[in-house]
Design a protein around this ligand. Structure first.
Ligand SMILES: Nc1ncnc2c1ncn2[C@@H]1O[C@H](COP(=O)(O)OP(=O)(O)OP(=O)(O)O)[C@@H](O)[C@H]1O
Ligand SMILES: [Mg+2]
Length: 391
């Protein structure tokens, strides 16, 4: 990604679980937002994705010299059957307020690395079209991939990128009854939790039981989670075991009675077990959880990563203390001269972890999670094929 918010130039290789760590305001959420921007622009429109973020001036990097910056995002994707894809676009601001797609490029490669299908759009004109299907019409302020998603070869790229889920869960929103919403993906703020639970209840109740198991391990005595209709709206109901004098009693709680930590953990677990997303980005999953629950949360994340790639931001040493957290997962983020810098973990620190002399949590407590200077340098030098299409 380039010239997106505080990011001038970042090139991140994602692991099955990638953990972004760094001080406040260094650009961790901006990295997640760059990915979310792609999903928003393809699911809705580019205009929507930009407007949602306060306009093109908020999306493009504000440079000190006042030189105009044009945001670029390029992604390398693994598709099913050994295929890979490269998808990238660059947005240009027009007269400060408006925007247009300057360049857009999509290549689909077979197992041998040969491009089998692809397109390139430059300034609203298709300049390269590699497909036997007819070309859709290019429009200057829209991404062609949306129109091209009707063509079977391009569909897997569109499907993958529109199934990126991002969560910055808001307990207040999750507790209140909501209008039913179709779709399996839990929304950014979690407002459609009841709809997703309803779908899980009917399609895969065993997964909902797994959520209950994890909640119990976290320390919430949940016996049952059910979807509940409330007139035209819907919410959830949770059965909990309560200790009372002389024994235990089961009580039913409405969502509104649940604790903030419980409903946030419920949201994260539901998203992790649902089959929908191709990648899940979670902002500070540890928020509102007791430190003693961090280990269980990390176990749930590890299990979730068997199905779906995860990228999380994290400020919790307790979460990073878990034995499953390896140096390859950690991506320290810094802000240098107002620019976000992210890289693999410094090898000396990775070595301490490998030799069990320190956990990632210990290093975070000591503010010792630094990026590898060589990896930062690599990003300066990178001229790889991924950027060929648009740079
Ligand atoms: N268009 C822009 N151009 C340059 N910098 C920007 C732009 N938009 C946001 N920023 C910078 O990005 C930073 C915020 O980054 P972000 O929200 O990703 O931080 P974070 O690492 O997630 O922090 P926290 O841990 O507090 O959540 C701010 O310092 C802000 O100045
Ligand atoms: Mg943040």
């Amino acid at each position: 990604m380039r010239q997106f918010k505080s990011i001038e130039r970042c090139d991140i290789e994602l692991s099955p679980i990638t953990i972004l760590v760094g001080r406040n305001g260094v650009g961790k959420s901006n990295i997640l937002d760059a990915l979310r921007f792609v999903a928003d622009a393809l699911r809705n429109t580019l205009e929507y994705a930009i407007r949602e973020r306060g306009g093109i001036d908020q999306v493009r990097r504000k440079s000190l010299g006042g030189r105009p910056t044009n945001p670029m995002i390029a992604l390398e994707l693994s598709l099913q059957g050994g295929q890979t894809a490269r998808y990238s676009f660059k947005i240009a601001a027009v007269q400060g307020r408006e925007f247009r797609v300057d360049l857009e490029s999509c290549d689909i490669l077979n197992v041998n690395g040969d491009v089998t299908h692809g397109f390139k759009v430059s300034n609203g004109q298709i300049t390269n079209w590699k497909s036997t299907s007819p070309q859709p019409a290019a429009v200057p302020d829209r991404l062609l991939l949306v129109a091209a998603s009707g063509i079977p070869e391009f569909r897997p790229v569109f499907d993958l990128l529109t199934r990126l889920a991002f969560h910055n869960l808001n307990p207040e929103v999750m507790k209140f009854p909501q209008r039913p919403e179709p779709g399996m993906l839990l929304a950014h703020d979690g407002h459609n939790l009841a709809s997703v639970i309803k779908q899980l209840e009917s399609s895969d109740p065993a997964k909902l039981e797994r959520v209950q198991d994890y909640l119990q391990a976290i320390g919430v005595p949940v016996k049952r989670i059910t979807h509940k209709q409330a007139g035209a709206l819907e919410t959830i109901e949770v059965g909990q075991e309560m200790s009372v004098p002389g024994g235990k009693r089961n009580s039913i709680f409405d969502a509104i009675a649940l604790s903030d930590g419980t409903i946030r953990a419920l949201g994260i677990l539901v998203s992790l077990v649902s089959a929908g997303p191709s990648l899940i980005g979670i902002e500070e999953p540890e928020t509102a959880l007791h430190p003693a629950a961090a280990g269980v949360l990390m176990e749930a994340l590890t299990e979730g990563a068997e199905r779906t790639q995860l990228i999380i931001t994290c400020h919790s040493p307790d979460l990073l203390d878990h034995e499953s957290v390896s140096p390859e997962m950690i991506r320290p983020v810094l802000l240098e001269n107002g620019r976000t810098v992210v890289g693999k973990l410094d090898p000396a620190k990775a070595d301490l972890m490998k030799k069990h002399l320190a956990t990632a949590g210990d290093l975070l407590r000591l503010d010792q999670l630094a990026p590898d200077p060589k990896d930062i340098q690599r990003q300066e030098d990178v001229r790889g094929t991924l950027w060929e299409g648009i740079a």
